[in-house]
Ligand binder design. Sequence first.
Ligand code: PMP
Length: 400
Amino acid sequence: MTITRKADFPGLLTAEGKAWHYLDTAATAQKPQIVVDAAAKAMGADYATVHRGVYSRSAEMTLGYEAARRRVAEFIGGQEDEITFTRGATEAINLVAYTWGAQELKAGDRILLSRLEHHSNIVPWQILRDQIGFEIDVCPLTVDGQIDLDAAEQMLTPQHKLVALAHVSNVLGSVLDVKRAAGLAHCVGAKLLLDGCQAVPRVPVDVAALDCDFYVFSGHKLYGPTGIGALWAKKPILDAMPPWQGGGSMIDRVTFEKTTYAPAPQRFEAGTPAIVEAIALAVACDYVSGIGLEAIHAHEARLVAATREALRGMNDVTVFGPEDTAGIVSFALDGVHPHDLGTILDEENVAIRAGHHCAQPLMDHLGVPATARASFGLYSDDDDVAALIRGIDRTRRIFG
Ligand code: PMP
């Protein structure tokens, strides 16, 4: 299945109007013009605050903002009152840590993470661990770079209160068997948090069917704006979570003696929200749904397969991760630092990511300080793959 939507994305040209082979979509996705237009309209002709104004523009903006919540909920198979808008996945995980985690986790409890987690699904738990005194266990990976759920099954005990895993790895592209992970977590009475940052733009997500307890993602990886993301949580869990940041909008009644709080999810959205960004994110959801995640997944899988195939033909290249990854290929070129490769590729108008990808424990596991990562989006095509391979070949010649 081939998708040809490059023309929808104004960011995919260089300043000189040449093709820009953007292969860093896992870091952040380029935006289709309709999302840019929606943001401009929300910040321009439609602009007003939400939830407060008695004038009609504000009432309309409030309808738009709440419609965006409904749209985002629908996009991942949830209900609108289960969605809290956050600045992104990082803030969503911190929100869970400092509300649910601070309330539910006690000294002597354990939580299970995996070796391939992004720092944003490690560090918040470490900060909380240092305050509370629970233990963090680390699930190992299989040889090909999947979270080893057989090992997780052995490791999990009734002391485990939370299992927090990436749905799709931002480095290896490996896709978690979520239903099995949910079964394992729930079997010992633990909750399952999924970091859906890389999954939401790449695979169909239905939180109800997946049976997770928390699901987080960032809008900017889903072809939407930065500064907006979402936490989805099962309603009874959300209802029992204490407030986090205090301020306007999250209260029911404030006096100096006592403040009562708004119901979830408003309780978790203190202050004036990212109105423009939420509305534009809903348009990004429409755009992606219009193409279909099955089609996007198949399209990216074909590009991943072509890239892995070409890289396998180079005897000085190591390709990491399993064969059937979701849109992401990490690799290393013998004797060439990924930053040097990235710099030479930039001269060819090819943009890849070189570094630890905010996953240093995974780099330690792979035995490298950094990898080169090519990550695809719905707009990527065979020309991008060809340009990447040409650039890598040129780099190999330069380095002899
Ligand atoms: N988790 C994963 C798997 C990611 O790829 C990222 C972004 N690189 C994050 C979490 C953090 O997302 P953000 O920086 O948008 O909060």
